[in-house]
Design a protein around this ligand. Structure first.
Ligand SMILES: Nc1ncnc2c1ncn2[C@@H]1O[C@H](COP(=O)(O)OP(=O)(O)OP(=O)(O)O)[C@@H](O)[C@H]1O
Ligand SMILES: CC(=O)N[C@H]1[C@@H]2OC[C@@H](O2)[C@@H](O)[C@@H]1O[C@H](C)C(=O)O
Length: 388
């Protein structure tokens, strides 16, 4: 763990679920207790997190919980990836079961707590994402979730943006900007989940954002490792540490038009379905090393699409647990690289917190996407309210 840099303000740390006692800096009556829920592209499980927020600042950080999917359920999601409609028996069943599992995750998060959240921010699980077709499909029934919990749910957060010609992703930048308000900028927040995305935050904060998906995250690496070892991921980068980079194949992988495209831009998990073909014949370890290099090379390319180089990179998402990935990023990027814990954020909770924050912004009809983050034509409010 990188020591906390002196002089940087800390955001509140995770603590038990109770109404935070510290008064927010402004508009105390406008803060809400909100649970955020995310089922990410790596399909590792459901992230749930509680925050207190007015949709502009974060007054308190509550607990966070990850509920892993069992293999059978993960296989059910995987079987429906690429679906553009949920309108058949399998689709409806997944839509319902994801809602039920998310409801259980909220109950688990709040077990023993004396508070009831005011609102839920619910992402669901992306099955298909195609900004050109103006279509993004998330499974998980928000109406069912609201009625299970008896709490209003804000969902469909990508829909208005993509319908207006935006990329519909990434959405977390507005939350990154709120958290980064006290930090030195320009700053880059890199999320290495199943797909990787970056938020460049300039001096004017939320009015000064450039964000986009950088390229692959852990998804192709997880798939490679599962195929070769039967494990769910390259735990602590052990396999990648033992392998050698195949430079020619890395260059082939990087020769994809996506990397030269200017931001904003976004990806579907399946945009890297060609990767195993390129790596065919490599050992498990050499493939893992080359895939880590692929993630990092895409991030280096991403830096070229930023208006001004960031003064540092803060890394969130599961990829920051992979030491080979972190060392490689640190070696390849020009500015210092640190996990988000260096500034007091929780990288396992950040995305779920972001969806809570977005739900609170919906309540106040504040925008969540911007021309610089998704290519939206103007700052746009996103979401739809489902009453229990
Ligand atoms: N100790 C570890 N060593 C190596 N990799 C790890 C470790 N812990 C987590 N990971 C990686 O992180 C992934 C999960 O990351 P994360 O939870 O950020 O993904 P996600 O939320 O599904 O993604 P997305 O941001 O695309 O929605 C795992 O699939 C695994 O590849
Ligand atoms: C369409 C979709 O679900 N995209 C995800 C995915 O996972 C990471 C990256 O690709 C990002 O664009 C997005 O998720 C995060 C939470 C976001 O919208 O900010």
């Amino acid at each position: 763990m990188i020591p906390f840099p002196e002089g940087l303000p800390r955001t509140p740390r995770a603590r038990p679920a109770r109404r935070p006692s510290r008064a927010p800096a402004h508009a105390p009556d406008a803060t809400l207790l909100v649970v955020g829920l995310m089922s990410g592209t790596s399909m590792d499980g459901i992230d749930a997190a509680l925050i207190e927020t007015d949709g502009e600042t974060v007054a308190g950080i509550g607990p966070h919980l990850t509920v892993p999917y069992d293999d059978a359920f993960r296989a059910r999601i995987r079987a429906l990836l690429g679906r553009t409609s949920l309108d058949d028996a399998d689709g409806r069943r997944l839509h319902r079961d994801l809602a039920l599992r998310h409801a259980d995750a909220v109950r688990g998060l709040l077990a023993g707590a004396t508070v009831t959240p005011d609102l839920i921010g619910f992402h669901g699980h992306t099955l298909w994402h195609d900004p050109v077709a103006r279509l993004t499909v998330q499974a998980g029934d928000p109406a069912q979730l609201a009625s299970e919990l008896g709490i209003p749910v804000v969902a469909d957060l990508r829909q208005a943006d993509i319908a207006a010609g935006g990329e519909g992703a990434p959405l977390a930048p507005v939350y990154h900007a709120a958290l980064a308000a006290p930090l030195e900028r320009p700053l880059a927040v890199l999320n290495v989940g199943g797909v990787a995305n970056v938020t460049w935050i300039g001096k004017r904060g939320v009015d000064d954002l450039v964000a986009f998906d950088t390229g692959p995250g852990n998804a192709p690496l997880d798939d490679w490792v599962a195929r070769h070892t039967g494990q769910a991921c390259d735990q602590d980068g052990r396999l990648a540490a033992a392998g050698r980079l195949d430079e020619a194949r890395l260059l082939t992988l990087m020769d994809h038009p996506y990397f030269a495209r200017p931001a904003p831009k976004s990806l579907d998990r399946r945009d890297f379905d060609h990767v195993p073909g390129v790596l065919e014949g490599l050992s498990a370890a050499d493939g893992a090393t080359t895939l880590v290099a692929f993630i990092c090379a895409a991030v280096v390319q991403a830096a070229a699409h930023m208006p001004v180089p960031p003064t540092r990179w803060l890394v969130t998402g599961g990829g920051r647990h992979n030491p080979v990935l972190m060392e490689t990023l640190a070696g390849w990027l020009e500015a210092p690289v640190a996990p988000v814990e260096a500034v007091g954020w929780d990288g396992d909770a950040l995305e779920a917190q972001a969806f809570a924050f977005m739900a609170a912004r919906f309540r106040r009809q504040l925008p969540i996407t911007f021309p610089g983050t998704t290519g939206a034509p103007f700052p746009m409010v996103g979401g739809r309210l489902y009453q229990p």
